[in-house]
Write a protein that binds this ligand. Structure first.
Ligand code: PGA
Ligand code: ZN
Length: 400
């Protein structure tokens, strides 16, 4: 259906930085809204996000994008036109309109957003499992940028509802442990705890918290190394050490076995392909290597052998159709699918519907604190009433 009007405005993200929200009106009067999250430091391979907008009405980009999408009738056509204009206006304006069009399109056809997205993608919907930010580090922390960006809990109870309960328990227990040692912990933009511990110590504390809450085997561990931000002149700066790729691989493999790491994101710089390809040889079979900055949600970057999963971030590529293309290519290449927030989030919950539509394995929504993150947890609770759980509970004897 054709677009008859677009309104855009600058709104606040979870760091109180400005980002773009759009409202699209279709020919039958149906409306939809969407917004674009922003990262603290975007990956090197991402599409340009565009300048930070002013708060309040943004009539000029709204008029421009109205003209751009004017002749388009479908999500694919709208997104193709938006993608052509992306270099000029940036991802933040383009993604807000693309998501708003999807919401309006879903409403106009009388289906929920997840169903609309699944129909576009031709995928089997299912509830994802959670990646729950417990400790923030690296450039997401106020301290020196020399640690892993996130140390996460990865619950697997067999249902998203009890996964969320467990996530809240683990997060609260980690906060209590941190409070006892260091006083009230700070909260990062993605609602992870900020503690004066290095990455190895964070992993030790999380493993202890999981054990103390009686959840060993039910909750595994996830790490976002975000190694692009540790990489400097051919080596990796971790804490006070400078490591070769081989030495970093050794550290990661040892930690993966010791701390039951299920999920290992961006272990190396995106250009360090030989290290990516070699890593699985030293890792436990149940550790999944995930490409975030590596693929940047771009279908043309996806090839088998680099990683076992892709992290999809709509704001890396700019349009709903761009994300669906990356998901399709990743699926064909045998990669597992994970969908992710950004460090600067709005209260938009489209990633929950997207993950569900794709039957994604995992979704990363940050720690269960503050409105922008809770909006996602709560949307997942709503979706769980409509959509079956994709991942069955672990069978007896399956590796914990
Ligand atoms: P970013 O990180 O939004 O700062 O890139 C988010 C993530 O990878 O969890
Ligand atoms: Zn990442």
């Amino acid at each position: 259906m054709r677009v008859t009007g677009i309104r855009m405005r600058g709104i606040l993200d979870s760091r109180a930085a400005a980002t773009v929200e759009a409202e699209v009106t279709l020919a039958d009067g149906t409306r939809g809204r969407g917004s674009c999250p922003r990262a603290i430091a975007p990956g090197l391979r991402e599409r340009p996000i565009g300048g930070s907008p002013a708060l309040g009405p943004l009539p000029a980009p709204a008029a421009r994008l109205s003209a751009v999408v004017g002749p388009a009738d479908t999500q694919a056509e709208v997104d193709a036109r938006l993608a052509d204009d992306l270099p000029a206006v940036g991802v933040s304006a383009v993604l807000a309109v693309s998501v708003a069009y999807a919401r309006a399109g879903a409403r106009a056809t009388g289906v929920p957003l997840w169903r609309y997205l699944a129909d576009l993608a031709g995928t089997e919907p299912g509830m994802p499992r959670l990646l729950v930010n417990i400790f923030s580090g690296g450039i997401h922390d106020a301290g020196p940028a020399r640690g892993y960006q996130q140390v996460m809990a990865v619950p697997r109870t067999g249902s998203i509802v009890s996964d969320i309960e467990v996530a809240c328990r683990v997060w609260a227990a980690a906060a209590a442990a941190a409070r006892q040692c260091f006083g009230e912990p700070g909260l990062s933009a993605s609602s992870g705890l900020m503690v004066p511990l290095d990455s190895a110590e964070q992993l030790q504390l999380l493993t202890k918290v999981i054990a103390d809450t009686g959840l060993t085997g039910t909750v595994r561990v996830g790490v976002d190394v975000a190694a692009e931000h540790l990489y400097y002149r051919g080596a990796y700066r971790l804490g006070d050490r400078t490591l070769t790729a081989a030495a970093l691989a050794e550290v990661l493999c040892e930690q993966a076995s010791r701390h039951d790491i299920e999920y290992l994101e961006d272990p190396f710089d995106s250009g360090d392909e030989s290290s990516w390809r070699a890593l699985p040889q030293g890792l436990p079979a149940s550790t999944r290597v995930v490409g975030d900055d590596l693929f940047a949600t771009d279908a043309i970057r996806i090839e088998p052998g680099l990683a076992g999963a892709i992290l999809l971030k709509p704001s890396q590529i700019g349009t709903v159709s761009g994300v669906l293309a990356a998901a399709a290519r990743a699926h064909d290449a045998g990669l597992a699918i994970c969908v992710s927030h950004r460090s600067g989030e709005t209260d938009d919950t489209v990633i929950c519907d997207l993950a569900t539509a794709l039957g994604a394995d995992l979704i990363k929504v940050g720690g269960p604190r503050r409105g922008d993150r809770l909006a996602k947890y709560n949307q997942l609770l709503r979706l769980a009433e409509e959509v079956p759980t994709a991942t069955p509970a672990p069978t007896r004897g399956e590796a914990a």
